[in-house]
Design a protein around this ligand. Structure first.
Ligand SMILES: [Zn+2]
Length: 404
């Protein structure tokens, strides 16, 4: 089985290298924004979006245009990669199964990056980046496998390189035989069907005071003045802190769960839909805007999407699997008698069945329902796990559900 992994290191830059990086990132940002504008215009005219091959023709035209002929000085493959990335992002946004967020225009100084599909070499503690040359980096670990692509990006003041490699490993057998359902929430980050509760890492709340103050001060400064830039740097620093702490939390939780359980069942939540702007449109203003924007922020803050990704790949590495189930009625169904009603939810936190009187914490009830739905998928669905492992799991959990 082939495994892909990314290795990230800080680059050793000087002002000359940083200027080249900024220029490359700038050209790629322009290509992204111009192409996205083109695609949005087509969508506005009810036309299909252009395929990568067609957007590449536009790129060629921009290189010949006297207004944008500076693009000729940029590495072609990184710009082609940008077009491919945008192509992917648009496809993901229109995916029926699990749509992702529609791509945004890129802003200068915000997530500056560019990506090489090939041509990168590594020699000891330095890396060869086409059009730039050899650049040193802080090599904290070995990099196994063949380089598949390389991304250079800026975080705060520093530049980093992320090297994705591919290497083959034998498919492992997960040491555990346990299966677990997880209900993701806002108040509690996760409630497991074995009763375990994982608290949220409310970084944004912890840092939000500092952030609000820093942003307020930024708003008062003259745009692009040196004080403005200094303050902007401060705001970015707080953001980076929040992001790092959250990612750290998600890594810790996903590592622990993937080690303890061979199969994890999650709801296939459309985070994009749940965090859609509560404001609505001019013609159709939203209801409860204030309460919903609070919820939106909490949802985004929890990083459910990232959590799902982390859990999925960690489970795969260990020989386990992630099952995604339909979230329909998981919060309204009684685990004891299967009665479904919105009245079963006495409040946000408590569940009380109107038919049989069964009471439980709402999240715990949901986690049990998610687990049951996962069992149904395991027993009936086409599934990646070997049959033997499937049987062991079903026997171990002492429940063989009927196929729906
Ligand atoms: Zn009941």
């Amino acid at each position: 089985m082939l495994r892909r992994k990314a290795f990230k290191f800080r680059l050793k830059t000087d002002s000359e290298i940083e200027a080249s990086f900024a220029q490359m990132a700038g050209c790629n940002r322009l290509v992204w924004n111009k192409t996205l504008a083109l695609q949005k215009e087509r969508l506005g005219n009810k036309e299909y979006t252009l395929h990568y091959v067609e957007t590449a023709k536009h790129l060629k035209a921009w290189k010949d245009d006297p207004d944008t002929d500076f693009l000729k000085s940029c590495h072609s493959q990184t710009m082609q990669q940008t077009l491919k990335d945008l192509d992917r992002a648009l496809k993901d946004a229109f995916s029926k199964k699990s749509p992702k967020r529609f791509p945004n225009f890129k802003k200068k100084g915000h997530k500056d990056s560019f990506r090489y599909p090939q041509g990168v070499k590594i020699e000891n503690r330095r890396i060869f980046l086409p059009k730039i040359g050899w650049v040193g980096f802080w090599k904290s670990r070995n990099i196994p496998g063949i380089i598949k692509n390389t991304t250079v990006s800026r975080q705060g003041k520093h530049w980093f390189v992320a090297i994705q490699t591919e290497y083959s490993v034998t498919k492992p057998k997960h040491p555990s035989k346990s299966i677990i359902g997880i209900d993701l929430g806002v108040k509690q980050f996760a409630t497991l069907s074995n009763g375990e509760v994982i608290k949220p890492e409310s970084n944004l709340k912890k840092h939000s005071k500092n952030l609000a103050a820093a942003q307020k001060s930024l708003a008062k400064k003259v745009k692009r003045s040196s004080n403005f830039n200094k303050q902007k740097e401060k705001v970015n620093k707080i953001y980076t802190k929040v992001r790092n702490a959250r990612l750290d939390h998600l890594h810790k939780v996903s590592t622990k769960i993937s080690k303890n359980h061979a199969v994890v069942v999650l709801e296939n939540l459309k985070v994009k839909n749940m965090s859609r702007s509560a404001k609505g449109t001019k013609e159709k203003p939203g209801k409860c805007v204030k309460a919903k924007s609070g919820l939106n922020r909490s949802i985004l803050d929890q990083g459910w999407g990232i959590f799902k990704q982390l859990l999925e790949y960690k489970l795969q590495w260990l020989g386990g699997e992630l099952i995604l189930i339909d979230p329909k009625y998981t919060s309204q169904r009684c685990t004891k008698c299967n009665h479904v009603s919105s009245n079963n939810r006495a409040s946000q936190s408590s569940f009380c069945c109107m038919a049989c009187g069964h009471t439980d914490h709402a999240d715990a009830n949901a986690a049990d329902n998610i687990l049951a739905a996962g069992h149904a998928v395991l027993a009936c669905g086409e599934f990646g796990l070997p049959n033997l492992v499937k049987q062991e799991l079903l026997v171990a959990s002492n429940s063989v559900p009927a196929c729906a």
